[in-house]
Design a protein around this ligand. Structure first.
Ligand SMILES: Nc1ncnc2c1ncn2[C@@H]1O[C@H](COP(=O)(O)OP(=O)(O)OP(=O)(O)O)[C@@H](O)[C@H]1O
Ligand SMILES: Nc1ncnc2c1ncn2[C@@H]1O[C@H](COP(=O)(O)OP(=O)(O)OP(=O)(O)O)[C@@H](O)[C@H]1O
Ligand SMILES: [Mg+2]
Ligand SMILES: [Mg+2]
Lengths: 265, 265
């Protein structure tokens, strides 16, 4: 069974890309076959996985535009069992280009549905079990496509004050989508990022998020850890850059917690 | 003379709102009359200036939609000589609502032009000398309106690896707008944010930004300083929350540097 998870939060800089890359890597390390779809025009997830801008011949824009299938656009990464459909600047034009297309909100969902058909026919190959969609920082047509295509959402929330403001907006957007375009959409979990136990503000925000989302918030909080911010400059996920650091260990624990939730579904 | 400055960068979480609030406050403290236009649907700049969500009867959406003028929508803040046109969730619908309006890219520019007429008629009141526009983290119709309405752009760049990726995209967007919709648009300056002299990555990114933008980068770098992140939770700019901290002093230095550049124009 293929599970599709959007990593989304319209607040900028909260750790969406970092979570997509490192949770994806940790899931691949524990035996899942993972595909990351980079739908952010900045293409940070692609860069953070070592896919240079020049080598992105097919992107998630090519998939959304129907030029290629998801499997054709996917490229391997240094991590076994982890592939990525790269993102780039072509995505900037998607919203205006498809604004009059009646099917504009379902293009990604349709592409993933045909991927399932395509991979079912390739019986000799291992099947992808997870897709993680890295979303841009806005509630635009790209994020809408991701939420409509997903079974569930992973919401990174930075442990800082401004990050609290957007939570209720995101929650009501997810409700709206559940009510119309994707009735099964749920929140798989909320992950606290850049948590710093030494800073009062960080602790306060963490407890407010737990009060708001209850047990949807993962036990595992991702600590602020400079190695996590350094790894993408080497094109590596944190698990490859420094396996023993606090950031890697937190993403491994997060992957385990996430899989436990998936099994309990 | 009224100068309009967009605070823009499509990368999320780089310090756009923090710079709009605190540079605006520092400019007001040195004698300028400042208006902040909050065009981010999250309304972080409004919250960081103490304007509660319930009290935002008029917003920058009301201005863009032509319901009220800029001066009617503006509310005072705790800072003398600093007003804000609040932002809120109504802004989310702007792009789709106005997608067929031929004038959609100029609505903010037109609103500011009529503001200049309106304030010229009020000869007994002090005139606004600066407008700072806090932009959302994307190159959408809201940011386009801000760039078309502005004389110049202030670009906050976080001293982290992913923040480097979007710079060339933003630069080419500004070039495109200069070539068509707003021939006078220039970069007033690039401000390094969340700089941490103890972290190698931060130093590396800072020198790459200086190599890319040359002397457009302000001498003043804003240090990472937890007080800066705490201040908005009290609805206060950093200068009111803790005047003596490194963050306040950096924003005061930045305001001075900016005014020097303005005078040298
Ligand atoms: N746990 C962490 N410790 C330290 N730095 C981190 C951590 N997680 C993320 N970062 C850094 O914080 C910055 C923001 O993270 P990231 O780019 O992943 O957020 P995002 O939500 O994807 O941003 P955008 O909204 O622009 O897409 C990056 O420079 C990243 O390297
Ligand atoms: N100099 C600083 N020191 C410490 N924290 C900072 C500093 N500047 C900004 N921050 C914090 O970093 C986070 C991101 O900053 P901010 O929200 O201003 O960025 P932004 O670019 O406006 O984000 P968005 O893309 O969502 O609009 C906030 O929690 C803010 O309080
Ligand atoms: Mg990202
Ligand atoms: Mg902001």
């Amino acid at each position: 069974e293929l599970r599709v998870l959007a990593v989304a939060n319209q607040k900028g800089g909260v750790g969406k890309t970092t979570t997509a890359i490192n949770l994806g890597t940790a899931l691949a390390a524990i035996g899942e076959k993972v595909m990351i779809l980079d739908t952010d025009p900045q293409g940070n997830a692609s860069t953070g996985l070592g896919v240079s801008p020049e080598s992105r011949s097919f992107t998630s824009y090519s998939v959304l535009a129907g030029h290629v299938s998801v499997l054709q656009a996917a490229v391997p990464t240094e991590v076994p069992n982890l592939h990525v459909v790269p993102g780039n600047n072509d995505l900037v034009g998607f919203e205006t280009e498809y604004m009059t297309d009646r099917n504009r909100a379902f293009r990604l969902r349709d592409a993933i549905t045909s991927m399932q058909g395509e991979q079912a026919a390739r019986t000799t190959e291992a099947q992808f079990t997870y897709i993680l969609i890295d979303c841009p920082p806005s509630l635009n047509l790209l994020t809408l496509n991701a939420l409509v295509a997903s079974n569930a959402v992973i919401v990174p929330v930075q442990c800082e004050f401004f990050a609290l403001e957007g939570i209720s907006q995101l929650n009501s957007t997810i409700e709206q989508i559940r009510g119309s375009l994707n009735p099964d959409l749920e929140i798989q979990g909320v992950v606290l990022t850049m948590h710093d136990a030494r800073i009062g503000l960080s602790q306060e925000v963490a407890s407010e998020v737990r009060a708001y989302f209850g047990d949807k918030v993962y036990e595992t909080a991702i600590p602020r850890n400079v190695k996590v911010a350094e790894a993408p400059s080497f094109g590596k996920p944190i698990l490859l850059y420094d396996y023993d650091c606090a950031g890697s260990q937190a993403y491994i624990a997060l992957a385990t917690e996430m899989i436990d939730r998936e099994k309990a579904r």
